[in-house]
Design a protein around this ligand. Structure first.
Ligand SMILES: [Zn+2]
Length: 612
């Protein structure tokens, strides 16, 4: 097979300040079709969603109720006695797991699971203080100390609670949890805000959650509070409250958010901050926020992102170091940061209608984030390096369990990322087998073996006079499109093929994407990847594992004359397309990166020695 060489990090022009202008309403080029309207029936994703329901949820519930003290903390807080066990932000894992349970209920109603949610929600409500405050750590260690240390994650936990409460309200229509969240939000606004106390949340999350609360209640005060919190940053207000040095770089507090151009500090915090900025800017049309987000996106994607879509190189700060310094063995790439990239890029796509954001979303989703969970659905990576000496493995849970609970809420909501709708178009962003009610009386049914094959068939149900915009993925160099068997020559708009016509029942659109094995060189500024190449096919990044390469793992290399062959192996790793490379007398075997560490422990690497 002919090899292709191109730099993974393409040069994109600085986008500068975004569009918009003043005006009413939400600034959105495209509104996602909510996953409650999307039924996934897909060879690749359906087994993963089944395992989420059958295994991952049970693992999370068992850890939260039995193996750790997370639920007991709420029970103790309700009684006002007993110890707090675990870390001061452990409440957030319970909320994130419940958010995942709520999303699962939307996909598959389940009275037993709903009863479990109600049981937990009763415990949350009982642990809420009369003034609305809820946080088991301070309730059990001294309420007199609450709201003194900006890095004690009180607003972070409140944010995750709010997201979970909104999710559960949408899933069931039950208000109890939503009312708990509203009381906490109102409590926070009684203490902090213009003319009241200043506050810089040490771990962002509340900002995006308040926008969700605004959307579900229609109360603009929550949007305004989120905007106020974002603008608190960068004025020297951050503090631990006890004289300990506050690290403004780590907390994204070194300058006002509108002046930020370079990503720095803790990766997950940064992602949640950017999500909050995008959410608020979509309503306020804040040019400062939009300009900063454009600059930050370039800095992340062009200078600080691994080929897996993972970000945050370093363990020392769970975050960023120098531009273009991307070590592989010690790559931190927290699972939560990859999910954060999905969340942020989704929002950037909604505001701009540009497919380059979905390219990154897809890269992080199929590689960096998906590697975070075992094929059996019961073990989790916190750290996702691009090479291993055989000593890095998924675990059942973590003391800091942000990543397992993150995966728990991420997987059942992936239907959010597939379709979008705007005034003049229906958008198809991801190729996942599914049936979607994209608009009243108009459905799309998608059939595909993506990411294993590049053929997609979309069947129209109903009538609609709108363009259909099909994303042509950034990895795709050759494709063809036909409508009802006739070749189409659509115009391109920001990475989308635009098919503008009157759609009628039974119309069939076929997209055929050539999906060759690609040999990829890193940006030459990345010294760690000098003389190395990575293998990618479609959206999937591949790796070499010792299990498939027992002889001479360290010596195997590829060259320009290497020949590649992709083969689907239904019985391997729950069914994967493997890639075999023959380079002279060497044979190298590759599997998708997300599937590594599901067999015998051994070495792994993404970047392979390359000789001209
Ligand atoms: Zn995490």
């Amino acid at each position: 097979m002919k090899q292709r060489h191109y730099a993974i990090i393409s040069i994109l022009l600085l986008a500068g300040c975004a569009q918009g202008g003043s005006g009413e309403g939400q600034l959105k080029a495209v509104t996602p079709v909510d996953f409650s309207l999307v039924k996934i029936q897909d060879e690749f994703w359906s087994p993963r969603l089944d395992k989420h329901k059958s295994t991952t949820l049970k693992v999370c519930i068992d850890q939260i109720e039995n193996k750790t003290g997370r639920i007991r903390n709420f029970e103790n807080a309700a009684k006002g006695e007993g110890e707090h066990s675990g870390i001061f932000f452990d409440d957030s894992d319970v909320y994130k797991a419940l958010e995942g349970m709520a999303y699962s209920l939307i996909n598959h109603p389940d009275p037993e699971l709903e009863a479990k949610c109600d049981e937990w929600i009763d415990k949350f409500a009982a642990a809420q203080q009369p003034d609305g405050y809820i946080n088991t750590y301070y309730t059990l260690t001294g309420l007199d100390k609450r709201w003194t240390d900006m890095n004690k994650h009180e607003m972070y936990c409140a944010g995750h609670m709010t997201e979970a409460a909104v999710a559960y309200y949408k899933a069931t229509g039950k208000r109890k949890f939503l009312d708990v969240a509203i009381r906490m939000a109102d409590h926070m606004m009684s203490v902090f805000g213009p003319g009241k106390r200043d506050w810089v949340p040490g771990h962002e999350e509340i900002e995006l959650a308040l926008v969700k609360l605004y959307q579900v209640t229609g109360e603009k005060k929550y949007l305004d509070f989120s905007n106020w919190l974002l603008n608190e940053r960068g004025h020297g207000l951050g503090s631990h409250g006890d004289g300990r040095k506050w690290d403004p770089l780590y907390y994204q507090d070194e300058m006002p958010v509108t002046q930020m151009t370079d990503i720095a500090g803790h990766a997950v915090r940064a992602m949640y901050l950017y999500c909050g900025m995008a959410d608020v800017a979509s309503y306020t049309h804040d040019q400062g926020f939009m300009g900063a987000l454009n600059c930050l996106w370039d800095d992340v994607v062009l200078r600080n992102m691994y080929i897996t879509g993972g970000i945050g190189q370093s363990a020392h700060n769970e975050g960023f170091t120098e531009d273009c310094s991307l070590p592989n063995l010690t790559a931190y790439c927290e699972t939560c940061a990859s999910v954060g990239m999905v969340l942020w890029n989704w929002r950037m796509n909604q505001m701009t209608g540009d497919s380059k954001y979905v390219d990154v979303l897809e890269r992080s989703m199929y590689n960096g984030a998906l590697a975070g969970i075992s094929l059996a659905g019961d073990r989790f990576f916190y750290v996702n390096p691009l090479a291993s000496n055989g000593d890095h493995h998924r675990q059942e849970w973590y003391g800091c369990a942000c990543c397992p609970s993150q995966i728990c809420r991420f997987l059942p909501s992936i239907g959010n990322y597939i379709y979008g709708i705007s005034g003049d178009a229906v958008w198809v962003n991801l190729y996942i087998g599914s049936e979607a009610d994209v608009e009243k009386g108009f459905t799309l049914t998608q059939e595909t073996r993506y990411p294993w094959e590049g053929d997609v068939k979309i069947t129209v149900g109903g009538k609609l006079k709108k363009a259909l915009k099909l994303r042509v993925p950034g990895w795709c160099k050759e494709y063809s499109i036909s409508v009802n068997g006739e070749k189409a020559e659509p115009a391109m708009d920001k990475g989308y093929a635009v098919l503008d016509r009157k759609w009628k029942d039974g119309d069939v659109i076929e997209l055929s994407m050539n999906m060759p094995v690609e040999v990829i060189a890193a940006d030459p500024r990345v010294k760690e990847d000098e003389g190395l190449r990575a293998i990618q096919r479609g959206p999937l990044v591949y790796c070499m594992e010792e299990a498939d390469n027992l002889e001479g793992f360290d010596e195997l290399n590829i060259s320009p004359s290497a020949a590649f062959e992709a083969t689907f192996q239904p019985d391997l790793l729950c069914g994967v397309e493997t890639i075999k490379a023959v380079n002279g007398d060497q044979v190298l075997n590759f599997i998708p990166y997300y599937a590594w560490d599901n067999r015998t422990a051994g070495k792994m690497k993404v970047w392979i020695p390359y000789s001209e």
